[in-house]
Design a protein around this ligand. Structure first.
Ligand code: GDP
Length: 361
């Protein structure tokens, strides 16, 4: 944990979401990221969270090594917390008043199909919540004549393609750039951009072969560092999170997948969670994380109990009364009983504000 100089804050991992049209390759891209996270797991680090995967900076360094030496920013983020479920619905459940707890998004576009119906919808949603995004222009391996170089940076692999193939890629990219222009965005191939605040970055990738993934993750890291650092300051304080999903688990009843975006969540914490009717005040009975695959002894042996977890994280919360909660509900820890009434009001106001927001979205 890298501190920010003050004792009680630190820079947390950005929360990343993946959006795009059906079949553009969102799931394949997430699988690739998850595979990388698992393959680069170091003892003592938990790369599989509940509802999300953590991609530690060290893993990024390894895959982006050759490119990393070219960017001159000191890396401060500990990695990325990538939400496992792609698409609009999961994204809308990450709501908080005034926006989203997602810090940045990857918009996946099929290079040969360009922007499609759900791509436009995703752009609208991201815009309305003011979530910055980069574009993964996916399936470059399907461009006629493309020679695949698995897991290589795009900027290297493009140099090894025939002229006609590169021309075809440029043609496809121009079309996508035009589509973005007509929506009011300036957009360009990422390696041609000088000012990332004004121009939307397009990163050609193949989620299937892993080509371009180093570039994609590095652009994501670079942008997070340059423009999101303030947002990423987390406190060593009672946690705040959002319910991503509710799930029945045998032996546990209704459990909540919670994305913690600030503070530290502990077993035994007094929590206030948004509910269908009214907020629920309860105590965290158990906090569960996925057991690494190689430590699983049986299909039922899926979780490990933990005592605490700090933002950013995805964790399963077991507590009485969670059946009255809803996806998208805020979860706030009360440091003491005295705080409950104030937090109840805050949670209620938050639920109303976000309900209003999703009504108009
Ligand atoms: P989603 O609906 O956006 O989650 O898309 P999927 O990840 O399920 O991908 C849809 C189809 O496209 C699947 O058959 C994938 O194998 C395929 N696909 C995804 N990414 C790539 C890619 O980079 N190259 C190729 N050739 N196929 C891909």
């Amino acid at each position: 944990m890298q501190t920010t100089g003050q004792q009680d804050t630190y820079i947390r991992a950005p929360i990343v979401v993946v959006l795009g049209h059906v079949d553009a390759g969102k799931t394949t891209l997430l699988d690739k990221i998850r595979g990388t996270a698992v393959a680069k797991r170091e003892p003592g680090t938990m790369t599989q969270h509940i509802g999300a995967s953590f991609l530690p900076w060290k893993a990024l360094e390894e895959i982006s090594g050759p490119l990393l030496s070219q960017i001159k920013v000191e890396i401060k983020i500990p990695g990325f917390l990538v939400i496992d479920t792609p698409g609009h619905e999961a994204f809308s459940n990450l709501r908080v008043r005034g926006g989203s707890i997602a810090d940045i998004a990857i918009l996946v576009v099929d290079v040969q199909r360009g922007l499609e119906q759900q791509t436009f919808e995703a752009i609208d949603i991201l815009r309305s919540k003011r979530v910055p995004f980069i574009v993964a222009v996916n399936k470059i391996d399907k461009i006629p004549g493309w020679k695949s170089f698995p897991n290589k940076p795009f900027v290297e692999s493009v140099k090894m393609q025939d002229e006609a193939t590169v021309l075809k890629l440029e043609e496809l990219l121009s079309y996508i750039i035009e589509q973005f222009n007509s929506l009011g965005f300036r957009a360009d191939r990422y390696d041609r951009i000088k000012d990332f605040t004004r121009v939307l970055a397009l990163v050609p990738v193949s989620a299937l072969t892993g080509e371009g993934m180093p570039d994609l993750l590095l652009v994501l890291a670079g942008l997070s560092q340059r423009f999101l650092l303030k947002r990423l300051v987390a406190r060593v304080a009672p946690a705040r999170g959002v319910v991503l999903e509710l799930k029945e688990e045998v032996g546990f009843g209704t459990t909540a997948t919670v994305i913690v975006y600030d503070g530290v969540l502990k077993k035994g914490d007094l929590i206030v969670v948004g509910g269908i009717e009214k907020p629920i005040t309860t105590r965290v009975r158990l906090l569960l994380m996925p057991k690494p695959l190689d430590e699983m002894r049986s299909p039922e042996d899926r979780f490990i109990e933990i005592d605490r977890i700090s933002a950013a994280a995805g964790v399963k919360v077991i507590a009485d009364g969670l059946e009255g909660s809803i996806p998208g509900a805020p979860l706030i820890v009360a440091a003491s009983e005295d705080e409950i009434s104030r937090i109840l009001e805050e949670v209620q106001a938050e639920v109303q504000a976000t309900r209003f927001q999703s009504d108009i979205a």
